[in-house]
Design a binder for this molecule. Structure first.
Ligand code: ME8
Length: 520
């Protein structure tokens, strides 16, 4: 994997055949949370996303839109780039496969595969799904409506017969199995790993890696009749962005092999079988991990244009707020499992976890400090068992969460933070600082200081998922910008008594469903 203090994470590069939807936003948000976490934990991070712009599917979409492919991809790619901004994504690069740097890298890997003796000329006769951009054996197909043949994804297939270069994938069966054995966490979650291992064990056919029946792709070096198969072109983006073929450059040496390729389960085979085989054949080290997350349906149904239920991420963020959308997507389903999106579930999470639990804890603590401690950080006195127990929980979070994030268990990390938030709310109820105000103001000051310290921990650790609100809470605690990374968690005396605090304001409003306000 990349150098010990470096972390390289990628999203898939999204097809520009259509505008972005909830699924694309999901993968980008998950990678962003992981990238932000690693940066706060002191790593040098490279977070890559981008667009996949070649192939038959994109060419057909451009034709349907009546545009030249390049003009079409420029336009749709911009929408994906705008989405990264809308989602608060902190990607360090945005790659487009129509860029010259990518043509260069794709042709370089092609030449390396030729030099290794792993490419030969033949002809392909078989089924192809344009929607999946994938070849299928007859045995993998099922009968769809009207007796047409369909790929496992449900997409229609067409018969293709054309001259084609092949990659000797069959030769890489054992090296792939060795890779899975040597790097037991190469594919996560575990259940997905088992699927891939049995697929590879069942035998690998050589793979068609060039097309001749259309022209929208990277030209095959030394054979102008062929363009590269879009998946070989697309997968190569991960090394293009690291500077390949300049394997001596800083960025490549620091960041390759990538630590995590994050993908949806639909494209695991391309990433966990074809990609490491291409890389090993080209003499390039394979990545550290491919994590396949689950699939979102919407109110129980597959997202599709014909059902008119495609969730549009720009609108979603405008309606519910960025932190709210990020939190919901990463908390609602165990990362790796499938999930079902509904407005009701989103509103439920926003109100219970964000407004009631986190928002309320911060708001009532900060208001009490503001009203009863002259708007300055209170001075703590001696600590009792209840105080120590709560603080121990807060101090233990980083170690626990680090282990969870190392295996991309983002939902577990959030659950751990929320355990602490709920413990703190229980502590407020037990300690009743409002009642101490007259009877024991010193004790009230201690309780409020302990709470402020817990909120500091919670907010620092919540930044990767809810960056805006966490930042505003840290502002309200007067935590300086350079004391918001994880090194500041272990440090004592970060909340200096007497520090003036700004007027508190709520950061997580309750969401009232449209129409519900009127009814109540
Ligand atoms: O496959 N639920 O691009 P793509 C969860 N260009 N995630 C979803 C989703 C859903 N319903 N729908 C899409 C491609 N995704 C290729 C990738 S990589 C070298 C080339 C997410 O635009 C998920 O990450 O079809 C999935 O893998 C990806 O979008 C597919 O995006």
């Amino acid at each position: 994997m990349s150098e010990a203090d470096a972390f390289y994470i990628t999203t898939p590069i999204y097809y520009v055949n259509d505008v972005p939807h909830l699924g694309h936003a999901y993968t980008t948000i998950a990678c962003d949370a992981l990238a932000r976490f690693m940066r706060l934990d002191g790593k040098r991070v490279m977070f890559l996303t981008g667009t996949d712009e070649h192939g038959q599917k994109v060419e057909k979409s451009a034709q349907a839109a009546g545009e030249e492919p390049q003009a079409f991809t420029d336009r749709v790619s911009r929408r994906f780039r705008d989405l990264t901004v809308k989602l608060g994504a902190t990607n360090d690069d945005f790659i487009r496969t129509t860029e010259p740097r990518h043509t260069r890298a794709s042709q370089a890997i092609w030449k390396a595969l030729v030099a290794a003796g792993d490419i030969y000329l033949g002809s392909y006769a078989g089924w192809y799904s344009v929607r999946d951009e994938a070849f299928f054996a007859e045995s993998e197909l099922s009968k769809g409506e009207g007796g047409t043949r369909c790929a496992p994804s449900g997409a229609p297939v067409e018969w293709v017969e054309e001259p084609s270069y092949f990659f000797r994938l069959s030769r890489w069966q054992q090296p792939l199995l060795d890779l899975y054995a040597r790097q037991p966490d190469f594919i996560l979650p575990e259940s997905r790993r088992n699927e891939v291992v049995s697929f590879v064990k069942s035998g690998l056919q050589d793979l068609s890696v060039s097309r001749t029946s259309f022209a929208w792709g990277v030209p095959v070096p030394n054979d102008a009749d062929h363009i590269m198969y879009v998946w070989l072109d697309a997968l190569t983006n991960y090394i293009t962005a690291a500077g390949y073929p300049d394997t001596d450059c800083d960025i490549y040496r620091t960041f390759w092999p990538a630590d995590v390729h994050m993908v949806g389960k639909d494209i695991l085979r391309f990433h966990a079988v074809y990609w490491p085989a291409f890389l090993m054949a080209a003499g390039v080290a394979p990545p550290g991990r491919v994590f396949a997350h689950g699939w979102w349906t919407v109110e129980g149904q597959k997202m599709s244009k014909s059902l008119r239920n495609v969730v549009e991420p720009f609108h979603l963020v405008d309606t519910y707020g960025l932190d709210q959308v990020r939190y919901f997507l990463l908390r609602e389903v165990p990362f790796g499992n499938d999930g079902d999106f509904s407005q009701a579930a989103l509103i439920g999470r926003v109100n219970s976890d964000l407004a009631n639990d986190f928002g309320n804890l911060a708001q009532r603590t900060l208001s009490m400090i503001h009203n009863n401690c002259a708007a300055a950080m209170p001075e703590p006195g001696p600590l009792g068992d209840d105080d120590e127990a709560l603080l121990a929980g807060a101090h233990g979070m980083l170690g626990d969460i680090r282990a969870m994030m190392a295996r991309q268990a983002i939902h577990e990390a959030l659950a751990r933070i929320w355990t602490e938030i709920r413990a703190a709310n229980g502590y407020v109820d037990r300690q009743a600082p409002w009642a101490l105000r007259k009877s024991d103001p010193d004790r009230m000051a201690t309780v409020l200081h302990v709470l402020a310290e817990v909120i500091r921990h919670v907010a620092i650790l919540a930044q990767p998922v809810v960056p805006l609100a966490a930042g505003r809470i840290l502002d309200q605690l007067a935590v300086p910008a350079d004391a918001r990374d994880f090194r500041a968690l272990g440090a004592a005396g970060m909340l200096a008594p007497g520090t003036p605090l700004p007027k508190p304001e709520g950061v997580f409003p309750r969401h009232v469903a449209a129409g519900a306000a009127k009814a109540s």
